[in-house]
Design a protein around this ligand. Sequence first.
Ligand code: CDP
Ligand code: MG
Length: 795
Amino acid sequence: ISTDEEEEAERPKDTQEDKNVEAADTDRVLQTSKVDSASAPTTVVEATRDDGSDSKPRKKDVTEKSKSVVESKPAVHVPVDRTPEMQASRQKLPIIGEEQVIMETINENAVIIVCGETGSGKTTQVPQFLYEAGYAHGGGIIGVTEPRRVAAISMSKRVAAEMNLTDREVSYQIRYEGNVTPDTHVKFMTDGVLLKEVQQDFLLLKYSTIIVDEAHERSVYTDILIGLLSRIVPLRAKPPVIKVDSRQYPVTIHFNRRTPDDYLTEAYRKTCKIHQQLAEGGILVFVTGQQEVQTLCRKLKKAFPHHKGQVLPNINLNNYSVEPTDEEAEMEQGDNSDARVFDPPPEGCRLCVVATNVAETSLTIPNIRYVVDTGKTKTKFYDKVTGVSTFRITWTSKASANQRAGRAGRVGPGHCYRLYSSAMFNDNFPQFSPPEITRRPVDDLVLQMKDMSIDKVANFPFPTPPDTDQIKAAETLLVSLGALSEPEKPKTFKAKVAKTAPTSKITALGRAMASFPIAPRYARMLAMGHQQELLPYVIAAVAALSVDQLFVEFQAPADAQNEDEDLKRRIQNINNVKRMWAGTGNSLLLGDLMVLLKAVGACEYEGLSPEFCARYGIRSKAMKEVRKLRTQLTNTVNMALPEVNLCVDPKLTPPTDRQAKLLRQIVATGLADHVARLMPDLPPGVEGDSKKHKHAYQCTELEDPVYIHPTSALYHKDKEYVVYQHIHETSRPYMKGVVAVEAEWLPLLAPYHCTFSKPLEDPPPSWDAETGQVKCHRTSTFGRCGWALPAVCVE
Ligand code: CDP
Ligand code: MG
């Protein structure tokens, strides 16, 4: 295949030299404190173990305590009783040769960076080096953070097996579950889990060492952790970088001469060709998303059906898929599809793995010799001011393309087929991908940081700070939700001249909201739900809203990538759900929230049966996630408000009309900045076909009209006022997660967005016993557009 006239070959002179240190897979080892196990400052450790729950230490303690523990070094060697097989397989890893250098550097520095190829043994071995060097001796835990849950679980299992220890000693903790015990020495966790722990125990004193794995990935929580740890461990000097010499075999890079229009067809063509013409060795294909993984797998399976028991070397293709990249799809992992790729393929079969960029670094798939790289990646973008999100398929970065190529050189010399031209690579691929923190709203982070008393978020030492617009938008939202106080106006002349940006502080409501592991707007709904005694519904609703993609995405046939087909199928799914849990009158106005509640209610009733979910187009893994989140939220509420005492496993019955109406009001408080109003006629400035714009809405954030998504329960229902969960732009800007609201509620539910004729407190709204409604004694308008609102408000 390397003589294919469509390709130009490029053999790197020296793969090692070629690699940019920054681009390589990097782990950061940050030592918060080294526990001297011999001279027993176990008091420090155990004291924090017991009180791990309450107040944060004052600033003063930070320096004193960390000083006293950082000076000392562990002096014991803790033996590990590995099986001979494990010992032998470890010896093959490049990092084993670096143990002494790594440990000496760790002993002499507060922070070090370990950097080396995927598969060189960083994640599995560094915790063991630390353990053997006594870092877990005497009670300190070796903590390892991972950006992905699946990695935290699988790595803890792997390390336990290598060390011949149980999961009581090498454990994991992810958002909903874990197996940490008082005997835990090595703890793998998601970065978000450690971030929460920092809030309870700012010094992280129960850890002797923190390893921030996959630091180069720049996930938002990892970024914040690094910022926080840089405060916890005062950085004295630039941390030393240790490069692990990996036994990377040369990988020949083949660029396409021309960049094809249809990269998926090209990937199919190339994979078939490799399989038919080239010597044995696994194939790893990089595409952009779940749907592409499935389409390509289907086509390949059809082209090379695998018959059980038939041995035809190099003819059969056994393909597996590793899904997918983005957060909504992360929970797809952890099922058997990703476990199977570690097993050898059946006799006579070639392994072929179709994957998204999750296989770039975190997971090492054995025996890959050929990499087919489409060069594409799917990334979520959002507008920092309007919050409108889009998924875009873009060129990946040069760094990640090189990571992908590197996967082919693990077992021997390999080949990487890049389905794009070298000119395209040189001119159009960015050096690195922008870190996640610059690509998503930061309201949840700002709230968490304010809760940690980090008030000046803009001054926080982020590795890459979020944009000021992002922080401003987040603070505005949090003030409007009541989580932050309105920033104080500068009182003194001096302050005015200094132009220091006023900071807003967290409110009591904000603290309560920060304790829930969900986005602030949903936390606000929960807080309202308590007042209205609708908690089981609100909990179910926010759990369902917090979990992305409850419904199966339509699998478009490979040849017809037609959005209309996609929509038809999705509408069918939603209609099925609508039928199965018959609601009544007013509840229809709950729109998409009602669909979610119905799905949750019906699935619970059916015991979360996968067959039932499949029949109604519900993703059963997403529904299990909803289940876990419901339990967790219920427990959190019960803990915070013992007098409420909710049932942890409530069966949801359809809400009554009155409950449905209150639910709509609760949702409106959380989505108060997401109100849209039906446009009476053709939107101003829009020309031509008036039918096309018939159901257009105006929203407060955008100039252009927006539309209700065809899969929505309120599609073409023409409700005058609606709130929406988010706007996602595909062929048009579409509102998703739509619920109908009444204009007269807005002055009371969304006062922050209203302009009143007189101050709200003067006189305060009053209860009209006759009509049973709250009366608002003033006229008001809503939002940027200045919609005039009626004066009567909420029930
Ligand atoms: O972190 P890094 O990418 O440097 O490597 P690692 O994850 O520590 O993996 C080291 C070796 O252990 C690789 O050869 C993996 O294939 C192997 N491994 C495994 O066999 N089973 C696992 N569950 C994890 C890793
Ligand atoms: Mg790793």
